[in-house]
Design a protein around this ligand. Sequence first.
Ligand code: URP
Ligand code: ZN
Ligand code: ZN
Length: 433
Amino acid sequence: MLIIKNGTVVNVDQQITNCDIKIEKGKIVEVGQNLKSQGHREIDATACMVYPGGIDPHVHLHLEVSGTASSDDFETGSLAALSGGTTSLIDFVTPNRGQSMLDALFKREKQVKNCRTSLRFHMGVTSWNDKSFDEMKACMQKGIMSFKTFFAYLQTIGIGDREFLKALKASKELGALITLHAENGELVEYRRELLKNEGKLSPRFHPLSRPSEVEDEAAARAMLMAEAVGCPLYIVHTSSAGVIEVAQKFRARGNKVFIETCPQYLFLDDSVYEQDFIESAAFVMSPPIRPKGHQEKLIEAMGQGLIDTVGTDHCPFSAAQKKVGENDFTIIPNGAGGIEHRLLLLHSELVQTGKITPKQFVAQTSYNTAQIFKWKGKGELRPGFDADIVVVDPQVKTIITAQTQMQKNDQSIFEGKVLNAQVRTVILNGEVV
Ligand code: URP
Ligand code: ZN
Ligand code: ZN
C-alpha cells in the first residue's frame, strides 16, 4: 500500500498539480487531491512530475548476431530500464529464414532470465511460406499483437515486396499490426559494394552506405502497399525527416501510419562519425545518425504530434565487440545502448525546453505504445491501471556517462550529456523498485 503525495500527475489528456495517487495490490485505486493515507507508505513528490512508467516499444536484449550477442541481457537491460523510469519493454523474436515462429518464440523465451520489467515481444516475419498465416494466428493467441518486417538485411532476415504484401494481407485478416525497418536493402548492398571497392571502409562511410533517401523510399513503398491492402503500418526507428513528410501524405489520404523515432535521431548528427575508429564505431547503427537538419524537423514533428512513439532500439555492443569491423565497417555489429536514458533525455531536452508538453511526453513515451500494441492496463495513471509510475525531479541534474550508467555498455553515445532532471522514484506493479 503506497500513496504518492503532492506531485504533478500527468496523463495524456490531463495534468493535475498537488495530486496524489493511492496504490493497493499493484494497481492504482485512486487519483486526486488531498487523499487520506490509511496506513499507506507515503512518497513525497512535491515539485516533481509524476508520469506513467515508460514503455519502450523497441529493444534488443541479448540479440544474437554474427557469433556474438548484444551486451545487455534481460536482467541487466531491464534493471537499466527501470533505473531510467521505463517499466515495460517490447523486444523481438526473430526467426531464422524458414524457421517456425513458434519454435523461435520457444527458444527466445528460454533466453529470458530475471527480467525485472514487464515484457512483450514483436514477432519477426523473415520469410513467407504456406504455414506463415497460421503461425501468425498462433502467435496472436499467445498475446503477440505485432509482426516485424525488414526491407534491410536482405542477406539474412530481410524480405521482398511480395512477401511483405502477404504479411500485410495476413495482418489485415488477423487484426495484427505490421511494423517495418524501412531501408531499401538492395540499395544498401549496392552502395556498400561501391564503397568497399573504393577502399572506403572506416565507420565514417557507414552513413553514406544508407543515406536518408534509402529510408524515405522504403517507407513510401511500404505505405503504398499498406494503402493498397487497406491496413495500418508502423515504421520503426525513423531517422529521416523525409519519412514524416511521406507519412503525412498517406495520413491525409485516410491511412493509418504510426511513426516511431529514437533519441539518437533527435539529438545527434552525423558529425559523430568524424572520430577515430573506436569512438565512431559506437554510432554504427541502422539507420545511421543523420546530417544536421533532420533532428530539428523530427523534434518539430514531435511537438506537432506527428510522431507516435519514441523507442530506443537499445542494442549495445562493447568496444571490443565493435572492433571486429576495424578494417571493414560493414561487419561492425549494428546498434547502441539507450534503454536507460530515453525518458530523461526527452524530458530535459524537449519537455523542459517547451518543445513538447508533459501530456505529449506521456503519449510518446508510454500511452501511444500501450494503445497501438494493445497493452491493457499500461500508460495511464487512473484507477484500475497497473501501478507502473515514474517520479521525475526537474530540479536535479543527471550526467550521462558510461562509467556510471547501469546499462551494460562500456561506451555511451550520449557521453557527458548533462540532463536537467533526475528519476527520483520508480514504481512497478505497486512496488518501489
Ligand atoms: O542498428 C540497429 N538498429 N541494430 C538493431 C537491429 C535493428 O535494425 O533494429
Ligand atoms: Zn531495425
Ligand atoms: Zn531494432
